[in-house]
Design a binder for this molecule. Structure first.
Ligand code: ZN
Length: 118
C-alpha cells in the first residue's frame, strides 16, 4: 500500500514528456495481477495504491483523497511501488519494509524514466 509521499519543496509539476503506459494486467511470478483504477476504495484514507496478493489485484488512484489530481509521474511511481510489493511477496518472502519498497520504487521509477524513454 502506498500513502501520500511527501517531498519537501518539490512543486507538483510534470517532470517528463512521455508517460509510462499502465497495462490492464501484469504477470508477476506466474500470477496475473489485474490493474484496477479505484479511487473510492482507497482515496478517502489517503492511500493511492494497494496490491492484493490473494486476489492478484493492484488498485491505483487518479486522485489524492478524491480531490487532488495526481500527476502521471506520481501514478507511475505508485504502480512501480505496487509491482515491487508483488515481487517482494512472491520472490522475497515479504521481507521488505514499506519504507524500503517506497525508496526502491522512487529509484526504479527514476532509472526507468530517465533511461528507457518511458
Ligand atoms: Zn506499499
Amino acid at each position: 500500500m502506498q500513502g501520500k509521499v511527501k517531498r519537501k519543496g518539490q512543486p507538483l509539476v510534470r517532470h517528463y514528456t512521455n508517460n509510462m503506459k499502465i497495462p490492464k494486467k501484469i504477470k508477476v511470478a506466474g500470477h496475473i495481477y489485474k490493474i484496477k483504477w479505484d479511487d473510492k476504495r482507497l482515496s478517502d484514507d489517503g492511500y493511492v495504491g494497494e496490491s492484493d496478493h490473494h486476489l492478484d489485484m493492484i488498485y491505483l488512484c487518479r486522485y489524492f483523497k478524491r480531490e487532488q489530481p495526481r500527476t502521471d509521474s506520481e501514478i507511475e511511481e505508485t504502480f512501480i511501488h505496487e509491482i515491487l510489493h508483488a515481487i517482494d511477496v512472491n520472490y522475497n518472502n515479504h521481507a521488505l519494509s514499506e519504507k524500503e519498497v517506497t525508496r526502491l520504487a522512487v529509484g526504479l521509477h527514476q532509472v526507468l524514466k530517465d533511461n528507457f524513454n518511458l
